[in-house]
Design a protein around this ligand. Sequence first.
Ligand code: ADP
Ligand code: ADP
Length: 222
Amino acid sequence: EVVLRLDGVAKAFPNGVTALDGLDMEVRAGEFLSLLGPSGCGKSTALRLIAGLSEPTGGRIEGRPAGGAPSIGFVFQEPTLMPWATVFGNVHLPLRLQGIGRRQAEAAIMEALEMVGLGAFRDAYPRELSGGMKMRVSIARALVTKPALLLMDEPFAALDEITRFKLNNDLLAVWRQLKCTVVFVTHSVFESVFLSTRILVFRARPGRVAAEIGIDPALPRD
Ligand code: ADP
Ligand code: ADP
């Protein structure tokens, strides 16, 4: 049931900043886990360590998928789309990197786009899309490989409140449909309570888990 475990994990950067020290946490299969805390408490650092984008300077991480991709999907705060490619082309990228051509990837790409409500925008370019739509493309791109673990780093922080609320609702629907494990970084108490089955509250300097909140997944949230 535990898919990933961090044991006394530390991350000290060369500039002397200790972002994390003695971080103990686990990720359980199928849960929607939020890492909640103020800016600078080490949430993104923890997520990057989980993704294998960074190495700990102390402690141990067990269960991290070798090589990172494609069993992990990562959604950054910035949608980071390729401006010269269409929506379809952007979502194709992770499959293209695996050597899967457009034709062969089409069904998976369209399925991911339908999931985020953008099926009709397959031929649009990023500049034609709103901020919320760009974020939807970014989520579709993370989902197109059907990752077991979806990591999201404050994905909606730059969006207006109404768009953010819509995306929260749609993300919940996607998570229920895919039954994947999500680790979601946020500084919004509302967002974490609305989305999660479990919340780890981080405290800063150096970052570690100060409290854990479990939310009955059977309770209606929307
Ligand atoms: P959060 O995601 O909770 O806002 P971060 O994990 O981004 O926090 O950062 C935690 C602390 O580590 C901050 O003080 C930040 O400035 C510092 N930090 C993060 N990444 C680096 C880095 N690559 N080099 C130096 N300091 C960093
Ligand atoms: P590694 O563990 O491989 O050394 P890091 O976790 O140090 O990798 O990540 C380096 C990344 O963090 C770089 O992309 C850099 O731009 C970014 N970064 C550098 N300084 C900071 C900072 N103070 N806060 C947040 N991110 C930072």
